[in-house]
Design a protein around this ligand. Structure first.
Ligand code: MD6
Ligand code: FE
Length: 217
């Protein structure tokens, strides 16, 4: 019999959970670097703050977004696009912090996608009630590279669907520090986020933040 007098807290144990061919959840993967990650996040949003964008259909998104890296995803009544400039400042998006790039590359490698070099990080802030309806991430020229999606702050239910919108999605609870990677045969799967439940996170307060890394060009 082995006596484990000092078991690790389950919440900080890293584990890998397969979701589908080409898709995996890396539990607690971003926990060890959380402080530097949040400091880097704060420096980005000082220059390019979160803002609620408008969809081409004229709806104001409940999720507030910003970007860092060479290309930033924007939506406005004229459509969706990647743009090198932040429309709010007419300046380039903030550079992608090194800790962001390293985390994304390391997570992708862990998921079986070596040599991932993201050029865009789409940052999303969810307040209670905010949601993201089922969609595909398909505005990128490079569909060979995976999506690396980092969850911080309040927990959420991620919806991971199939290649068709009509396929019933799996409900995947995500907590602070969890990373989801999907690529290869899973790259164009539909996915979304259920309305955020109220709560308070000790580091980020009343919100969830998602970092979504891509290679756009
Ligand atoms: C998530 N986010 O927040 C998943 N997609 O867990 C996304 O799928 C996403 O945050 C496109 C743009 C921004 C996003
Ligand atoms: Fe997405």
């Amino acid at each position: 019999m082995s006596l484990d007098l000092f078991p690790e807290t389950p919440a900080v144990t890293e584990r890998k959970e397969p979701l589908a061919p080409g898709a995996v959840v890396l539990r607690a993967f971003a926990r060890s670097g959380e402080r530097t990650l949040i400091e880097a996040l704060e420096s980005v949003i000082r220059r390019s703050p979160f803002r609620c964008m408008t969809t081409p259909g004229g709806y104001r998104m409940s999720v507030a977004m910003t970007n860092c890296g060479d290309a930033g995803w924007v939506t406005d009544p004229s459509g969706y696009r990647y743009d090198a400039l932040d429309p709010a400042s007419a300046e380039r998006w903030p550079a992608m912090p090194q800790v962001f790039r390293e985390l994304a590359a390391h997570a992708a490698a862990e998921a079986g996608f070596p040599a991932f070099v993201p050029d865009a990080c789409l940052m999303s802030r969810y307040e209670p009630g905010a949601r993201l309806s089922l969609h595909q991430d398909k505005d990128e020229q490079d569909l060979e590279s995976p999506i690396v999606s980092v969850s911080l702050g309040l927990p959420a239910v991620f919806l991971f669907g199939g290649q068709r919108r009509a396929e019933r999605p799996r409900r995947v609870p995500l907590s602070h520090g969890d990373v989801v990677v999907w690529g290869g045969p899973a790259r164009l799967r539909f996915h979304g986020v259920q309305p955020l439940k109220p709560g308070h996170h000790p580091m980020l307060g009343v919100c969830r933040i998602n970092l979504s890394f891509r290679k756009v060009r």
